[in-house]
Design a binder for this molecule. Structure first.
Ligand SMILES: C=C(C(=O)O)c1ccccc1
Length: 363
């Protein structure tokens, strides 16, 4: 039976183990939204993960929704990420970049020309985001015109090309947690009456067009997709018919041959049983590698691998405070506690200064 510490093939890659570092926003990008100068150290410290998925990274200026999250649409940003991928590869690590467009989870202060954020429909999410002066209500969005969608698909495609130029091993398309692509999937946020709304197929259309474009650009074997079928993250209501909606999406993603499906099982960062949903059924429909996430500890992860419910398991917060999480899970060593005060924003404190067992005083 497969264990967490056995290698796993992933398209052209061989992962040293089945433990994945989940995408984690840290709000530490520098001027020009280039990765933090400390990002190369931060990710290299965690290179023993079978696979690292970076923090969510913008495909365009319009795609930004929080203070100081990095982009991948300028040459400076590509150069900044190259330092990260080189540092991770120098330690034998593997790293994908998560590409996002936040859609309505944004504020006019962050938008080009202080314009309204965009979404499937002009429906504001009852949630907040953080900008330079703290937490603020997200701004009223406007509905994207259908003739704006090809440019957004192209921004994902171009960012994926930029990812390969920056040395990434692949790309994860962020289709989860109430951001733009999920705003199209879930009918609480999508009241469109054109070809992108009103049915399971129409609501999935943008995610599938983006995925097809990225897969065509960089290869389906370097393209993953993240979904969160029943998560209420960012105040998005669960789609009326989650099981048929996501069965359809997964069948289409399987047909595209993407290398992995990353699934937030339950409420992001919260209860796994937030709503009835057949994750095992979804896993069974997917033809590629199934990456399970949300609330896993080493016992649940080992059980789900042994039971064939997952191929890889992603850990988020545990990787923030334990750069050598793989070693600690393997040996049963105690885990460092997470300091929530230094999760978002700031510098080295709570970012690159968590100790490893064999490196108690990191730089
Ligand atoms: C990228 C995020 C997600 O996917 O939920 C995120 C953004 C801000 C804070 C926490 C998480």
């Amino acid at each position: 039976t497969p264990t967490l510490f056995q290698p796993q093939s992933l398209g052209p890659l061989t992962l040293a183990n089945r433990i994945v570092m989940a995408p984690l926003t840290r709000n530490r990008a520098g001027t020009g939204l280039v990765p933090s100068p400390l990002a190369a150290t931060y990710y290299a410290q965690r290179a023993s993960a079978g696979l690292i998925i970076t923090e969510a990274t913008q495909i365009s200026a319009q795609a930004q929704g929080y203070q100081d999250t990095p982009g991948l649409y300028t040459q400076d940003q590509i150069d900044g990420w190259r330092a990260v991928t080189d540092a991770v590869h120098a330690r034998g690590g593997r790293i994908f970049v998560q590409l996002w467009h936040v859609g309505r989870i944004s504020h006019v202060d962050l938008q080009p020309g202080n314009a309204a954020p965009v979404s499937a429909s002009a429906i504001r999410a009852q949630t907040k985001t953080f900008v330079h002066n703290g937490f603020v209500d997200v701004s009223e969005p406007r509905a994207l015109a259908i003739d704006e969608l090809p440019a957004i698909v192209n921004d994902f495609r171009q960012a994926a090309a930029n990812a390969i130029a920056a040395g990434f091993d692949g790309v994860e398309i962020h289709g989860a947690n109430g951001y733009l692509l999920e705003q199209f999937i879930k009918d609480g946020a999508n009241q469109r009456t054109d070809a992108y709304g009103g049915s399971i197929e129409n609501r999935a259309r943008l995610l599938l067009e983006v995925t097809a474009a990225v897969a065509q650009e960089i290869g389906a074997d370097r393209t993953g997709v993240r979904i969160s079928p029943v998560s209420p993250a960012n105040a998005i209501a669960t789609v009326s018919d989650p099981q048929p909606q996501y069965d359809y999406i997964v069948d289409q993603l399987s047909a595209l041959g993407i290398v992995y499906l990353h699934v937030v099982e339950g409420s992001t960062g919260g209860p796994r049983d937030v709503a009835p949903f057949d994750f095992e059924g979804l896993r069974g429909r997917f033809k590629g590698t199934y990456l399970a996430n949300n609330g896993y500890d080493v016992d649940l992860a080992s059980a789900h691998l042994a039971e064939g419910k997952a191929d890889l398991v992603a850990f988020g917060r545990a990787f923030i405070s334990n750069p050598d999480l793989v070693e600690r899970l393997k040996t049963g060593a105690p885990l460092n506690a997470l300091n929530p005060a230094t999760l978002y924003g700031g510098g080295a404190e709570g970012y690159t200064d968590y100790p490893a067992l064999t490196d108690p005083t990191p730089q």
